[in-house]
Design a protein. Sequence first.
Length: 711
Amino acid sequence: MKLNYKPLYIALIAALAEIGHGAYAAEEAVLEEVVISGSRAASKLSETPSAIGVVKGKELERDKPKTMGEVINRIPGVYWNDLGNEQHSMGIRQPISTNAMYQYLEDGIPIRPLGVFNHNALNEMNLAGSGSVEVVKGPASSLYGSNAVGGAVNFLTAAPSPTPYASLGVRHDAVAGFTRYDTSVSDSWDRLGLRFSHYSSRRTADNWQHYSNGSKDSFSLRADYELTPTSVLRATLVHTDLDAAMTGSVFENDYRTDPGKSLNTFTYRKDKTTRANLAWEGQTTDKGVSTLTLFKRQNDHGQIPSYTIMNCNAGPCAGNATGTLNNSHVDSLGLDVKHQQKFDWLGSRLIAGVYLDKSDNPYVSHNLRIRRDPVSGQYLDYTLADKLDPKGVRDYQADILNTAYFAQWEFSPVERMRVVLGGRSDSIRYDYRNNLAPGGSANFGAPNESRSFSHVSPKLGATYALSRQASVYSNISQGFTPPEVSQMYGKTGIPDLKSATYNNYEIGLRMAFLNGALKLDSALYRLDGRDTIVSYTTTPGNSENRNAGRTRSQGLELGLNWDGGPFDARFGATIARHRFLKYQVSGSLDYSGRDMPQAPSDITTAEIGYKPLQGARVALEVVHQGHYWMDNANTVKYPGHTLLNLRASYRFAKGWEAWLHARNLAGKHYAESATSSYSGIGAYSPNTQNQYTPGAPRSVMLGLSYTFDGK
């Protein structure tokens, strides 16, 4: 599929320029939405040369999402897939994967340090405590540093209410075996404002999917205190406790005939996370505001992951399986300082700062020998392999230090134009200590060492107001990903790796119609990756990490939103292609020129809502995911799927609201994730090489909530 949208864009922009000629100065602009994430300070979206999707607080309150995907998947170019119990992978201008290509933020501060990316990290968020969500699509390393390549997802905590506020809610889905309770309390007294937001969810074993029980408890506490008329102190505390069974994937035959089956009986994920931020913000110069944020993180991540279980066909474990039990802990202390200064000259603004993050990352892993039922294929129980072989354990600590300096200058050289020039310099150091004596076996790990990486991430962008209703933007930016701790120290030999870099080229158009009731937001992009870290097979059964990959992702994102009268609607579409320009995985196997796996050709979401009477709303949603290759060789294809969802709510009395969510109305059989290990060489065996994460069948969630609002 060849993507060539340039003629369309050139014609469209030229037409809009003619339509808007002379209108800008005559009337007030309507594209005045304000965002935070595009410059780390409040900015007009129309003057931000980046693709940014926003989910506002009123949408979160109205739609009461169950999963993170129900929030961010409505943004064109963003796809979160459900792996069960808030476990997930992500695709933003990248194939759907578990790769460290994204930066997850809370009030602009990364929720995890670099080097220990977790593709499930959004399960560490308390969505109930978020006031809005902003997604910067494409590289944002010039502001947020490493891993912000495909995008940066920023959760902005909800501020305290000016008057007394309280809410209580419950929801239940019998098919999914899911129940959730929500509570929220907030108020302000003179200079002090407080907000508490909490939810607890439970998924019982009695549901459509075997071995899928789980629980999560999460709360957020925010306090705002006005020190002076020009300064404020903000403190946030977020804690999450997730205990989830890991159902895992199923092979081809079970996916077709018994999608609720699970081969696992003991795999799990247990995440305990606590984050505390203390921020001071105040006017420190004439037309200048400084912000100082001290942050602390603690994360304990223990698991027997389903994805490391491998059937064993030879040796002492023949007929059974192997796996791992591991624990990764993170203890971080950091400081983020920034200052924004406005100048009269060219209406310019400078945003600059320093970021320091010191994190300790101890890690322990045990190899497992797993007993497997030869008839059903089910994994029954396990034994620690180090009881039989003392070399079956890994125990190390990596101390991570990230120091960064960033600056962004914005100015208007001519009327209607805004230019942004920015960059960030990151210095990264790993101090690795092996708690076991190296030698003899790969399981002992690597010898002690210290290693540093550094990178400067630039950005140049500009916006131009075609009229009061339309603006165009363009940017050239770069993102980077340093090697992860696991990529560096997972084996005895330490690979000689460097950071992968990604160059982004983008042009976008924003337009409003009918006094802002209808809005269009679109972007055309190309993202080229170099020195991508890939696993290279040196000899049969042995591999090492190398900077041996080059990739190209390009696509078109289109979003339309309507809000007027009794109807509201949204439409978001992405057409994209992701290719390996270079990907040689061994001396004889080369996937260069192939499409990357799990890269849908198109993703579309659309919803139309209707308010038949005061306090009531009904909305029908369509979610379409196009076909994609399941394997690197481009021989096994997932056909894609289309789902229908329904939302309905009714405020039947003061403060009371009843609602329902009907998911997968048509009962479509589909997969959240589909992969194949087939290399393109030799015999193809679908039932041993193809794996699927089945999607949920038709289900209905009923909810009831009460809200007291004293305003």
